[in-house]
Design a protein. Structure first.
Length: 214
């Protein structure tokens, strides 16, 4: 028997195995190529979506919780870089219960608000009952500014913690009896203590708050 005939028989014997292995190899190589191509496309798609949608949106918008004494307390979406004035406007402005004096002294309308920030506006009742406390220095400096703008003579403010009974009696609506009550209830930490300690009523306090200091 010739060598060529023997080789032919061997090829015929293993022909099916050779075909199966060849097909399997082709399928495997094809699968790898398809996987690599699709994986690259997926990365590109994710990168495009990330930059064009959610990522860009997170850079351009913030969410701020506005509550307390505003007309429409709620969670608000605003543009990144929005000011406190913008958020208060979205919430419908301060309500009738808001302590507008406290707000003007302690809240900066020009401040840039941050994402996930909470803004709470206290009411007159909350301030009067001590739920919020402000620095006497803030009150004093604000009172000086307000008095300077309203009083062209720039008369010195009367210090309710050290003034004499005669000086206190000179304040509009304050007689000698009330002046003595002021002296008896010293010291005052904040101007609102004049109301909280029931030394002055609301109307008298409003009349003299720009003429006094601590």
């Amino acid at each position: 028997m010739s060598k060529g005939g023997g080789l032919g028989k061997k090829i015929k014997k293993y022909f099916v195995d050779i075909v199966i292995l060849s097909v399997a190899l082709i399928v495997a190589v094809t699968s790898i190529i398809v996987y690599l191509i699709s994986g690259q496309n997926y990365k590109e798609d994710v990168s495009i979506d990330y930059k064009s949608s959610s990522y860009t949106n997170s850079l351009n918008h913030i969410f701020v919780d506005v509550s307390g004494s505003v007309n429409k307390p709620d969670l608000y979406e605003a543009s990144n870089g929005a000011r406190l004035k913008d958020l208060i406007g979205m919430a419908g402005g301060l309500s009738e219960t808001a302590d507008k004096g406290y707000f003007s002294r302690n809240f900066n309308l020009a401040r840039v608000v941050m994402d996930q920030e909470k803004i709470y506006i206290p009411s007159v009742w909350e301030i009067q009952n001590g739920y919020f406390v402000e620095s006497p220095q803030i009150i004093r400096s604000t009172a000086v500014t307000e008095a300077a703008s309203e009083n062209t003579n720039l008369q010195p403010l009367i210090n309710v913690n050290s003034a004499s009974i005669e000086e206190l009696d000179s304040l509009p609506g304050v007689g000698k009896i009330t002046a003595q009550k002021l002296i008896d209830n010293r010291p005052f930490v904040a101007l609102e203590d004049l109301i909280n300690k029931k030394v002055l009523n609301k109307s008298v306090y409003e009349n003299i708050k720009n003429l006094i200091t601590l």
